[in-house]
Design a protein around this ligand. Sequence first.
Ligand SMILES: *Cc1c(COP(=O)(O)O)cnc(C)c1O
Length: 406
Amino acid sequence: MSQRLIYLDNNATTPTDPRVVETMIPYFYENPGNAASRNHPAGWVAEGAVDTAREQLADLINVDPREIIFTSGATESDNLAIKGVFEMYARKGNHIITATTEHKAVLDACKKVEKMGGEVTYLEVDSEGLISLEALEAAITDKTILVSIMWANNETGVIQPMKKIGEICAKHGVLFMSDATQAVGKIPVDPKEVGVHLMAWTSHKMYGPKGVGALFVNRKNPRVKVTSQMDGGGHERGMRSGTLNVPGIVGFGKAAAIAKEEMHEDAARLAKLRDKLQKGLMDVLEESYVNGSQEHRMPHVTNISFKHVEGEGLMMTFNQNIALSSGSACTSASLEPSYVLVALGLGDDLAHSSLRFSLGRFTTEEDIDATIKQVADGVNHMRELSPIWEMYKEGVDIDAIEWSEH
Ligand SMILES: *Cc1c(COP(=O)(O)O)cnc(C)c1O
C-alpha cells in the first residue's frame, strides 16, 4: 500500500496480511495439485493443505471441520444458504424471515426466492439498528423454514442479539442462518453457542485473499442440508461443486489462525483508536451524530453524519489521502442514500452526510490523528461554503423548509 494512503475502509475489504501471502505462494507453482486428484502426490499435498485450512477455520468458530463448505466468497455463501434451504426444505414450508438492513447478497437472494414462489418477511430495525425480538417471534408461522439475520452490520457495525434470536428459532424449530462476514475473525463468533445453523463469511474481510469464502452447515441436531446451486463434480459433500481454490483456501486458513491468536489484542487496540477518532471529531464538529447502537457495536467501526455536509463532497476534500465509504450508494442514474441508514430512521440528507470509518489491523495512531484533522478541516471548509449551513447558523429551521423539486 502506498505510504500516503490512510486506509479506513476495512469493512469493504482488508489488506491481505503479508504472513497470509507467504503461506499461499507455494500453492501456485511448487504444489500445483488439484485437491480432488486422489491418484498422485500433488493431489494429496493439495488435499492436505485444504484439510489444514478447514481445521483452522473450524477451530476459529468452534465447529467440526466437516461442517465447513468452501465457496468463492460471502455472496455465494449467502446465496447457497438461502436458496439452498428454500429448495431443500420446500416440503416443510416456503417462508423466510430476514431484516431490511441485511447485505444485498442476502436481500437479493431473498428477492429471488420470492420470484420462485417463496414468501419473505423483512423485519424493520429501531433507531439503534436492532431488530425487535417480539416482531421476529410474531412473524414466525408454520410455513417458516429460515430466519436470516446478520451477525454485525457492514455499514454501522451494529451487532444483533444473536443468542436471543437463536433461542426464538430453537423454540419454534426454525433454522437460523447468519451472514457473519463482518464479525468472524474480529470478535468471538461461535455459531453453535448461539444456535446458528448456517453461517456465511469471507476471507477478504479478515486479512485473507479475495475470492474465497465459507459456509458453515450444522451436521448434527439438527442435521442441515442445502441444495447445491452449482452442479458439477460433487465437491464439498455435494453442496458446492467446482475445483477448490487451493492457494486462496490456504491463505484463508492462515488468516483464521492469525485471527484466533491476535483478534482480542487487535480488537482492544482498535476500539481505543476508534473511540479516539469518534471523540476527536464529535468534540470539534457540532451537529455530528453517530449512527446506530454504540453499545452493541463492532470495536473497529464508527459511522458518523455531519449535518448539512454531503459525504461524497466531503470525501473529495481528502480523497487522495483517506480511503473511506460514504452513506451514499451509486446506482445507475443517481446517488441513493444508504438503505441501511434510512432503515435506522435517518432522513435522506443525514444519510448522505455520513461517513463510515472502518479501522483494521494495520491502522496506526498517526492515521487516526491525521484523519481527525483532515475530516474536521473538510467539514469546516464545506460548511463555510454552504448557504444552508449559513441559514442554519442564522437560526432558520432548515428541516421545516419545503424545497421545490425541479
Ligand atoms: C462484503 C460482504 C459480503 C460479500 O462478501 P464477498 O466475499 O465480497 O462476496 C456479504 N455480506 C457482508 C455483510 C459483507 O460485508
